[in-house]
Write a protein that binds this ligand. Structure first.
Ligand SMILES: Nc1ncnc2c1ncn2[C@@H]1O[C@H](COP(=O)(O)OP(=O)(O)OP(=O)(O)O)[C@@H](O)[C@H]1O
Length: 279
């Protein structure tokens, strides 16, 4: 499947959430999408899943698709089993796969429970199960692991590996940087509406940059730099430590603060400064 020149905004004249995105999704690939909160990851996944229409550009070669949305519709007027049977019918398959998947995720005892009475984690198991029904060639997971218990999280990772080995393409967003780290073939970052290839370094060894600032930068500086990991006063100014992949963004934000903020130096941080997580 190819997304070509994709632009997305939610209203005419509104801001572009995605601009000129090109992404080729190939069989058997596990593709991770990174990005800050609000950068447009879910928007991109909705376009990939075919739930949202792009405002610009073309999507071609769409295969059969299963999608786990970031928020599963609550309070549906079905039991879990009825809901899964309905999806199975729409995909022209027997309902037995739904039952097997529920067993695999440890949720078979909730088949007869009304969807609106399910716990958050069990609802998520149903969301994941419906996406997997019929072995779609493309799986789109927006925080699909969130809310699952440990056993189900491991089971879902195993399913992803199996499906990818079987030729499915899996595109996912997850807050846990370690999720499927060993199985991920491609990493992309949504930044400023554009899609960038991600640095291949793992977060634990990613480089840090130190930005030294002189001038009237007050204690509120950190509020302007949400991506900064450390912000400390230093000889009449500040020192900011930031993941090198976010340093351009920090520099842009600092420049936008005006002439009283003077950037004195930008340098590599010593190796003992490590990232602990990323989004
Ligand atoms: N239905 C919508 N209508 C209008 N604006 C929207 C809609 N959905 C998302 N947006 C806006 O699009 C931008 C990107 O949102 P999106 O949910 O795609 O980001 P995200 O990277 O998935 O964020 P998060 O990590 O917080 O889930 C945000 O500015 C958001 O407010």
């Amino acid at each position: 499947m190819l997304l070509d020149g994709i632009g997305k905004r939610y209203r005419i004249g509104g801001p572009w959430v995605l601009r000129d995105v090109r992404l080729e999704l190939r069989p058997g690939r596990v593709v991770r999408i990174h990005g800050h909160n609000g950068s447009g990851k879910s928007t991109l996944l909705r376009v990939v899943a075919g739930i949202a229409e792009p405002s610009k550009g073309r999507v071609s070669g769409r295969p059969s698709t299963g999608y786990v949305p970031e928020r599963f519709p609550p309070a549906l007027p079905f039991t879990a089993a009825q809901y899964l049977r309905h999806h199975a019918r729409m995909r022209g398959i027997s309902a037995s796969q739904g039952t097997q998947l529920l067993e695999r995720f440890g949720a078979e005892q909730f088949a007869g429970t009304a969807m609106k009475e399910l716990s958050k984690g069990t609802s998520q198991k149903i969301a994941v199960t419906q996406a997997l029904l019929g072995d779609p060639e493309l799986l789109v997971f927006d925080e699909a692991w969130t809310g699952l218990d440990v056993a189900a999280r491991e089971e879902l990772a195993a399913v992803v590996r199996e499906r990818a080995r079987g030729g499915a393409c899996v595109v996912f967003v997850d807050h846990d940087a370690a999720r499927l780290a060993d199985a991920t073939d491609e990493r992309w970052v949504v930044r400023d509406g554009a899609l960038h290839t991600a640095d291949e370094k793992t977060p634990a060894t990613a480089s840090r940059m130190v930005i030294t600032i002189a001038g009237a930068a007050g204690s509120s500086l950190a509020a302007h730099l949400p991506e900064a990991e450390i912000s400390a006063r230093h000889e009449g100014g500040h020192r900011i430590v930031v993941d090198e992949r976010r340093s351009d963004e920090s520099l842009r934000r600092l420049l936008a603060l005006g002439p009283e903020v003077h950037i004195v130096a930008v340098s590599q941080a010593p190796p003992q400064i490590r990232a602990t997580e990323e989004s």
